[in-house]
Design a protein around this ligand. Structure first.
Ligand code: AHR
Length: 504
């Protein structure tokens, strides 16, 4: 069975620059993301540098990951940064009450995180503690990290072996304040966010983007309160500086029955299409938040950040329920493909972070002892990395096969495109569970030749990679041609493809 889809792309009409930070990542003290993930310790037989696992670093470097959020998540609002500095053997143990109630030795702390960011070439996004912390504690953490002179915190950092301040561009003011971050009302939290953010200073030439903990999915009222409190603050209007520069929201994908209720695999076609529909609904959610933000901030000074997104399935059998370890299939990869097409549309969306990078939820890599597997989602990040900092090209999908999920139509083709340095990149997610699709794209405005085309799929949408078959789902060459300005590709069912073009 073959269907057909048709699109138009104007190669000479460029839109906004796609912010590379929408390809951001998230590493929480949760399950095996940090401990037994990124961090194996200096004495481990697993190859590491200063305790950080090298195969993971190498794999992630190939993704050009722009930023990494840490230490949570829910964990952030229980984390006291002073527990994680100084000689490792002197650091106190702590209980991770959110995730598995396990005891941690704090061997991975501020210095180790900043070291990891350096190794990855990623910007640091540090998430501070509002729920169980103090304004002073957060303020001093910023000072410890970013101040260069002889201030008390700069001196403490030097005593712990780091002379130069670090650059920290992103700072989270608590997390999910409506839930694990303190069960606060929007009004109460917004006031707190304003107060905490005021004391997160810009030291030297470090400039923080302070991110207020935002809404659950489409809770637009939470965003409304954050925006109102931010823009109506007396000092803010008087001096024109905003205490926080971005508001976040979180959006997890499942197949309609809630997070943590269905297995990563197997799944029925019905569950598959519901998942695709849930992922596609991200567009409505972002538009909603932006509409609210526009009404308070028409000039777009405040960014929207989706600092947790991805699929959330039941944990794999036999694993700790608090560790959120799940398998990652072609279905998950398509969720990522759909999300990126949506993210590329919105200039106000300045950052997004997939949850989470290693061994947790929709991970890039899964480890098993000293072995490591790249997931299908990893490959989407790799195939799409050319969109980072490229200019968006508006793509018009003029004809596509579709289905209906709970009465709502769902296009079975999703695509986006961008251009950079006389090249263009087109991403195509094809969602049909069983049919091929001939996709033709009318490329207008410039002449284009195919440089490379690749496709990611599996024998079924439930295919995944494991240590026995690490490349079962991996990018393969895709036949693509441009004739008389028309690009033609035949994409298989449940597939993600990228077509790279030379523009002449
Ligand atoms: O990513 C897992 C958890 O999901 C985070 O800790 C929390 O912020 C969200 O509820």
């Amino acid at each position: 069975m073959t269907s057909s889809a048709r699109a138009i792309i104007d190669l000479d009409v460029t839109g906004h620059t796609i912010n590379r930070h929408i390809y951001g990542h998230f590493a929480e003290h949760l399950g095996r993301c940090i401990y037994d993930g990124f961090w194996v310790g200096e004495d481990s037989p697993i190859p590491n540098e200063r305790g950080i696992r090298l195969d993971i670093v190498e794999a992630l470097r190939a993704l050009d990951i722009p930023n990494l959020r840490w230490p949570g998540g829910c964990f952030a609002d229980t984390y006291h940064w002073r527990d994680g500095i100084g000689p490792r053997e002197d650091r106190p143990q702590i209980a991770n009450t959110n995730w598995g109630d396990v005891v941690e030795n704090n061997h991975f702390g501020t210095h180790e995180f900043m070291d990891l960011c350096d190794m990855l070439g990623a910007d640091a996004y540090v998430n501070g503690n509002v729920g169980s912390g103090t304004v002073q504690e957060m303020s001093e953490w910023v000072e410890y990290l970013t101040r260069g002179d002889d201030s008390p915190m700069a001196r403490l950092r030097r005593q712990n072996g780091r002379d130069e301040p670090w650059r920290v561009p992103f700072w989270g003011i608590g997390n999910e304040a409506w839930g694990c971050g303190g069960n606060m009302s929007a009004e109460y939290y917004a006031e707190e966010a304003r107060r905490y953010a005021t004391f997160c200073h810009n030291h030297g030439d470090n400039r923080l983007t302070r991110i207020a903990a935002g809404a659950h999915e489409d809770d637009l009222d939470w965003t409304r309160v954050l925006m109102k409190t931010l823009t109506e603050c007396h000092g803010c209007t008087l001096y024109g500086n905003l205490p926080y520069q971005a508001v976040s929201f979180h959006y997890y994908t499942h197949s309609g029955s809630g997070i943590n209720t269905e297995d990563a695999l197997p799944f029925s076609d019905d569950q598959y299409y519901r998942t695709m529909a849930y992922a596609a609904d991200m567009d409505r959610v972002i538009r909603g938040h932006i509409a609210v933000m526009d009404s308070y901030d028409p000039t777009g000074r405040v960014g929207l950040v989706c600092d947790e997104w991805g699929t959330w399935w039941n944990v794999e059998e036999g694993t700790n329920p608090g560790f959120l370890f799940q398998q990652n299939t072609v279905r998950d990869a398509l969720v990522a493909g759909i999300h990126f097409d949506i993210f590329h549309r919105y200039e106000r969306l300045t950052m997004a972070n997939i949850a989470q990078t290693v061994n947790v939820l929709q991970a890039m890599v899964l480890t098993d002892g000293d072995r490591m597997v790249l997931t299908p989602t990893y490959h989407v990040f790799e195939m799409n990395k050319g969109h980072q900092d490229a200019r968006r090209l508006v793509s018009h999908l003029v004809e596509a096969p579709s289905t209906t999920v709970e009465g709502t139509p769902l296009d079975l083709v999703s695509l986006s495109a961008s251009t950079k340095d006389d090249s263009a990149l087109i991403s195509v997610s094809h969602l049909s569970a069983d049919a091929d699709c001939t996709v033709t794209v009318d490329l207008r405005g410039r002449r284009a030749d195919v440089r490379r085309a690749r496709v990611l799929t599996g024998g079924s949408a439930a295919d995944f990679n494991d240590v026995d078959a690490p490349d079962r789902v991996s990018p393969q060459p895709l036949e693509a041609r441009v004739e008389d300005g028309i690009l033609t590709v035949v994409v298989p069912p449940h597939s993600f493809s990228t077509i790279e073009l030379d523009l002449v």
